[in-house]
Write a protein that binds this ligand. Structure first.
Ligand SMILES: Cc1cc2nc3c(=O)[nH]c(=O)nc-3n(C[C@H](O)[C@H](O)[C@H](O)COP(=O)(O)OP(=O)(O)OC[C@H]3O[C@@H](n4cnc5c(N)ncnc54)[C@H](O)[C@@H]3O)c2cc1C
Length: 627
């Protein structure tokens, strides 16, 4: 029977509340979503004068107060007229303080001189964009986790990205030495699948199995425990046992065409013999990595995602990599690529963290009061949503909203390192073709919810490091331990508080409509979800998954941080949804064209949701600026 909110501990006082800056919005005639005001701050260790957003909990990512101005501009056509001119003159204004925007500022100083005056405007209450640090303090211990961008996918790095990381002192080999983590499949505890009672009729934790690796000597017994129909169980048994080439006699080109023209779940049904129910179990396996389900990806793309397919193409292994690691080779900081953002900010404004470098950056407590000082050549202004960027003779004018005031600064250059889909509203005079291309780039919604548990005893008893949850909002859950880099240590053997990461995306209401419409519909769903919705969700999953091992859902949850990213991964082109464009005509290539004194960066400009791409595009944008 479903537990009541009280039984789940929803009434318990946990560290989950957040500061909000509602005055700025109400003075503009904008309102916060219902319920937000009731979530006034109660238990955050932060106090006035010690502004330190990484420790904020509750609704983070796209947090209340960050997006209302942009939505009023883009959705409601609100005009932000009569800006007050500030007595500030810059060489460069950067829109967006994510990794791309910060890299733009870094490169600009190289290209145009270290004394260049630069203003970075960012709408959130923290810098880093998706590269968000979640920092918990409990019982004298600091625990770090990723609020967004986590992996450094170093094998994909360009010379440009490698050079920048080198200049920041990042040593990939050193990071790899401290890296002892594998997304829910080790190194301590087996991979597992959690079937929940609400979806499947009973809670069932299948220990020692993952769909990707198919890693068990006793698959029949494993599948017999799946709470699904017998027909579906039998179809899974046959699928995993088969070794054949279902395309025997066809040319490589013919096979490639078939695989890129059919969805992965379609392939599982048509060529793998799975029932609908069995095939649907795989849908969320790709949510975290692609931002869409395996029903929206082609079978060819899912080879790259290490899902089982190769054993039906004449190979002995199930998947290309033959293991459970869909993420590929990665290096990591304990707060993910927030450390890269912090290193960039430190390089631009050293006073924020004197003495910091890549070997200790994870431990630095940044002094946010130094980010925006008149005496510093580089200034980073938070809670500032840009609403207009215009070319003028010899430069640009940039208007933004900060705490209810509409302000304007002038600069020689501007670089838009924000989401491309907002650019048509910031620069309405851009060519129509370019604005259409920017609107095409609908980012993929994602969720990354961190839950601080009292300890990992229940996980240890069950011998799991995480689980795949096919029936839940977050498709995957795992312990965050074993990233011992940049001065931080949290070993698998350590006792005490542990962050548990819930990772996923919102299933679109209708997976058959064009993928951009799917993303927009998922985004609307995500924005409508309250903190309580997420809290109930993580409590239900933890209780069902760990309850048998003594987990006390009412008392063992210490804090919850929901990193909600309605504008998540950059739009990348998918086999099933996007045509082939002639060279130079793909939407991202049209969208990023320079416009007078304005250049365009962000990972969107490379149509790829990767940190290295955000850096590459920053470098390109700076080189496009006229001297
Ligand atoms: C949950 C999640 C996990 C990810 N994991 C990885 C990973 O493991 N590895 C990886 O390589 N990549 C990952 N990514 C992709 C990530 O997008 C890139 O790596 C990179 O961080 C993008 O940087 P960016 O600066 O291009 O964009 P963003 O980080 O989106 O920064 C753009 C900034 O501009 C701001 N902005 C937008 N409009 C305005 C405005 N009008 N005024 C002022 N500011 C504005 C935004 O709020 C944002 O802060 C992940 C993304 C998400 C969402």
């Amino acid at each position: 029977m479903q537990k009541s909110d009280r039984q789940l501990g929803m009434n318990r006082d946990i560290t989950r509340r957040d500061f909000i800056h509602d005055l700025s919005l109400t003075s503009l005639g904008l309102t916060l979503p219902a319920g937000v005001l009731a979530e006034a701050f109660t238990g955050n260790p932060e106090s006035a004068g010690t502004y330190y957003p990484p420790t904020r909990t509750g609704m983070r990512g796209s947090h209340p107060g960050a997006f209302e101005v942009a939505h009023a501009l883009a959705r409601e056509g609100k005009k932000f007229l009569d800006p007050a001119d500030l007595d500030e003159e810059y060489d460069l204004v950067v829109v967006g303080g994510g990794i791309s925007g910060l890299a733009v500022a870094y490169y600009y100083r190289k290209q145009f001189g270290a004394d260049s005056r630069i203003l970075i405007l960012e709408n959130h209450d923290d810098f880093g964009g998706h590269a968000k640090r979640n920092e918990f303090h409990q019982g004298g211990k600091m625990r770090l986790s990723w609020g967004g961008t986590m992996n450094l996918e170093y094998p994909l790095f360009s010379d440009t990205a490698n050079a920048l990381l080198g200049e920041l002192g990042v040593d990939i080999d050193e990071l790899l030495q401290g890296y002892d983590f594998e997304y829910g499949s080790g190194p301590k505890g087996s991979p597992s699948i959690f079937f929940d009672a609400e979806t499947y009729g009973r809670d069932e934790l299948i220990h020692g199995f993952s769909f990707r690796a198919g890693n068990s000597d006793n698959l029949e017994a494993i599948f017999d425990r799946f709470p699904i129909s017998e027909e579906s169980r039998e179809s899974l048994k046959k699928f995993y046992a088969r070794r054949e080439n279902v395309f025997k006699g066809k040319s490589e080109a013919e096979v490639g065409k078939i695989l890129s023209g059919i969805s992965y779940t379609g392939f599982l049904k048509k060529y793998g013999g799975l029932s609908d129910e069995a095939a649907n179990l795989f849908i969320k396996t790709t949510h975290g990595y692609w931002g869409v389900g395996a029903d929206s990806l082609s079978a060819a793309e899912c080879i790259g995602a290490s899902l089982p397919i190769m054993h039906l193409l004449g190979h002995p292994e199930l998947s290309g990599s033959g293991d459970d690691n869909a993420g590929g080779d990665v290096a990591m900081f304990p707060d993910g690529n927030a450390s890269i953002a912090r290193l960039l900010v430190h390089a631009l404004i050293p006073a924020v963290a004197p003495g910091s470098d890549a070997t200790n950056i994870a431990m630095a407590r940044f002094d946010y009061s130094r980010l925006d000082e008149a005496t510093s050549p580089v200034r980073l202004r938070l809670e500032s949503t840009v609403v207009n960027v215009t070319n003028r003779s010899g430069g640009t004018s940039v208007s933004y909203v900060n705490r209810g005031r509409v302000l304007r600064v002038n600069s020689r250059h501007a670089v838009l390192a924000c989401y491309h889909s907002i650019i048509p509203y910031l620069c309405p005079d851009m060519p129509q073709e370019q604005k259409e291309a920017q609107k095409y780039q609908v980012k993929r919604p994602l969720i990354l919810t961190n839950v601080l548990l009292r300890d990992s005893t229940a996980f240890d008893k069950l011998d799991i490091s995480g689980a795949y949850c096919p029936g839940r909002l977050h498709g995957a859950v795992w312990q965050v331990k074993g990233v011992n880099t940049a001065g931080y240590r949290h070993d698998w053997e350590d006792s005490g508080p542990v962050p548990i990461m819930f990772w996923g995306s919102v299933a679109p209401p209708d997976a058959s409509v064009p993928v951009q419409e799917q993303h927009r519909a998922s985004r609307a769903l995500l924005l409508a979800m309250t903190f309580e919705h997420f809290e109930r969700e993580v409590r239900t999953v933890l209780d069902g998954m760990l309850g048998s091992a003594g987990f006390d859902v009412q008392n063992d949850i210490l804090a919850i941080t929901v990193n909600r990213w309605p504008h998540g991964y950059s739009y990348s082109y998918l086999d099933l949804w996007d045509p082939e464009w002639p060279e130079g005509q793909a939407p991202h290539e049209v969208a990023r064209r320079p416009f007078g004194n304005i250049a365009i960066a962000n990972a969107d400009a490379g149509a790829s949701a990767l940190t290295n791409v955000a850096i590459d595009e920053a470098w390109r944008a700076v080189r496009e600026l006229n001297s």
